[in-house]
Design a protein around this ligand. Structure first.
Ligand SMILES: CC(C)(COP(=O)(O)OP(=O)(O)OC[C@H]1O[C@@H](n2cnc3c(N)ncnc32)[C@H](O)[C@@H]1OP(=O)(O)O)[C@@H](O)C(=O)NCCC(=O)NCCS
Length: 146
């Protein structure tokens, strides 16, 4: 079962977010979650529940208006993050979450869904391919202090 996140207190959203992105403080996560909730046309957040009703994973999606590597339209829907708790993996929950986002994106007129993952996250790359994504580009980011 999938639920739409409506408040920062929704079933395990914060805890799972911290597991996926441990570098952020709790205050930073909450601030970001509030800003996502304030713009529901642009941002979508969903939690998947396990068979006993406990939070098992989440996905966050956004409409991106800036150029997204490898895409041909604008805006595109973008998977900002997807996470399934270790005990619930390989049970099709990521597939369920992606399918919900596909519906969310189509409702907003999108014809492309994009995503990214780390070069070293080979499991995530395999999952993307299994879920029908096609690899488009590999990029290296640079930074120079000014
Ligand atoms: C990536 C992740 C979300 C996958 O969740 P999941 O619920 O286990 O995925 P599913 O069970 O829905 O599997 C979807 C497809 O990927 C395949 N798959 C799942 N885990 C896999 C793995 N470790 N290696 C290769 N393929 C895998 C499945 O076989 C399935 O394909 P199929 O339906 O053709 O059999 C989960 O492993 C995770 O949270 N990882 C840590 C966070 C992360 O890396 N997120 C992505 C970057 S933001």
């Amino acid at each position: 079962m999938i639920i739409v996140c409506k408040t920062v207190d929704d079933a395990g959203w914060l805890t799972m977010r911290q597991a996926l992105w441990p570098e952020g403080t709790q205050a930073e996560h909450i601030e970001e979650m509030i800003s996502l909730l304030e713009d529901s046309k642009r941002y979508g957040q969903f939690i998947v529940l396990g068979t006993s009703g406990e939070p098992a994973g989440f996905i966050e999606a956004a409409l991106r208006y800036d150029y997204v590597n490898g895409t041909e339209t604008s805006p595109v829907a973008f998977i900002e993050g997807i996470y399934v708790k270790p005990d619930f993996r390989s049970q099709g929950l990521a597939r369920q979450l992606i399918n919900v986002v596909i519906g969310w994106a189509r409702e907003r007129g999108c014809v492309e869904l994009a995503s990214d993952t780390g070069l070293d996250n080979l499991a995530s790359q395999d999952v993307h391919k299994a879920l029908g994504f096609v690899e488009t580009e590999r990029v290296v980011y640079f930074r120079k202090c000014l």
